[in-house]
Write a protein that binds this ligand. Structure first.
Ligand SMILES: Nc1nc2c(ncn2[C@@H]2O[C@H](COP(=O)(O)OP(=O)(O)OP(=O)(O)O)[C@@H](O)[C@H]2O)c(=O)[nH]1
Ligand SMILES: [Mg+2]
Length: 260
């Protein structure tokens, strides 16, 4: 026999003897296997059901954790009187502080379905506020301005308000989330600006800041606020009022919150 025919016959023999290796599932499903190990199939079925149940539970729990409870947020520059206003509205006492670094939250404010949140004004915490607003559960915003130092803080106040309006106007949040009450607080202080003046000063500042931002390439979105900034031309419903928490004069804010 030649070497070639030996190789050929070896290949034929090998090919004829080798059958495909059965998969684990095939082995388990053979009648002889289930007779020898009757508990394996029920055990595997139970494990698969538990795994599916766990998956469904974890996905549901994650969704619940991501869903924020509805809220109305009191925000604005540091020192404007947000915590004082929140305290007066809720009747909750807050330790006397100079600057807040944590939110104060009153769930179910006045029997409403939302929580009233006092958000600290420190600019390092601003990103958290944007995340809160973007979350879609904010039903309204109260932006507090210090009327006694309006001119002195106008750049910071204007920039904060411009960022907030850009976020609201540029988002696809429902209209019910785009409600803003601008509160001029500390009207009791002798040199406090009046309500009409506050509106005018803020509008002028926002016009200027929008104009200068529109020249920057990275700020191309400011045009969503219209050609010339005007509170009346926004999709966001903006209202104004004056308060003095010190003199217990904040009924307008109460009324606005009541209507939400
Ligand atoms: N005169 C006067 N002072 C006020 C009034 N409301 C608050 N204040 C004072 O303003 C200061 C700042 O008030 P806060 O409520 O702590 O200010 P805030 O806006 O919470 O400040 P941050 O927590 O830093 O963001 C405190 O000394 C308050 O007593 C007001 O209506 N009139
Ligand atoms: Mg505070």
């Amino acid at each position: 026999m030649s070497a070639e025919s030996i190789v050929e016959s070896t290949i034929e023999v090998t090919a004829a003897n080798v059958s495909p290796v059965p998969s684990a599932a095939e082995i388990i499903l053979t009648p002889s296997f289930s007779q020898r190990f009757p508990l394996v199939i029920p055990l595997i079925s139970t494990l698969v059901l538990i795994a599916i149940g766990l998956f469904v539970y974890v996905s549901f729990a994650k969704k619940q954790a991501l869903r924020r409870p509805p809220s109305v947020v009191i925000c604005g520059p540091s020192g404007a009187g947000k915590t004082a206003l929140w305290s007066a509205l809720t009747g909750e006492s807050v330790p006397a502080t100079v600057t807040s670094f944590q939110q104060n939250i009153k769930s179910g404010y006045e029997g409403k379905n939302y929580a009233l949140v006092d958000y600290p004004g420190h600019n390092k915490l601003r990103q958290g506020l944007w995340t809160e607003v973007n979350g879609g559960a904010v039903q309204g915003l109260v932006f507090v301005v210090d009327l006694a130092s309006l001119q002195r803080n106008i750049t910071e106040t204007g920039s904060f308000l411009l960022d907030l309006l850009l976020l609201l106007e540029g988002s696809n949040l429902p209209l019910c989330s785009k409600r803003l009450l601008i509160v001029g607080n500390k009207s009791d202080v002798f040199n406090a600006a009046g309500l009409a003046k506050m509106r005018l000063v803020l509008q002028d500042e926002l016009r200027q800041q929008k104009e200068s931002r529109s020249k920057s390439v990275s700020e191309s979105n400011v045009d969503i606020l219209g050609k010339v900034f005007d509170f009346n031309s926004l999709e966001t419903e903006v209202e104004f009022c004056e308060t003095s928490v010190k003199r217990d004069s904040f009924a307008k804010v109460k009324g606005w919150l009541e209507e939400l």
